[in-house]
Design a binder for this molecule. Structure first.
Ligand SMILES: [Zn+2]
Length: 70
């Protein structure tokens, strides 16, 4: 059984800075934990990548299937 450590920190929307508590989706991506968020306020979709419990980088969904690093 796969156990993924739950990260308790809040993330902020890269667009409007709204705090988001829970990711819509969470999965393993290589040695990263990826979390998909959708901002409740402005609708921005972005993925947070965490490695060893530390934030690594954020990818924002720009258009249909294109992500940009923020
Ligand atoms: Zn937002």
């Amino acid at each position: 059984m796969l156990q993924i450590e739950v990260c308790e920190t809040m993330v902020n929307c890269p667009n409007c800075k709204k705090e988001l508590a829970k990711p819509a989706k969470k999965w393993k991506y290589g040695h990263f934990i990826a979390e998909a968020y959708r901002c409740e306020k402005c609708g921005t979709r972005f993925n947070e990548y965490t490695s060893n419990g530390k934030h690594s980088f954020t990818l924002k969904l720009a258009t249909a299937n294109r992500y940009v690093k923020v």
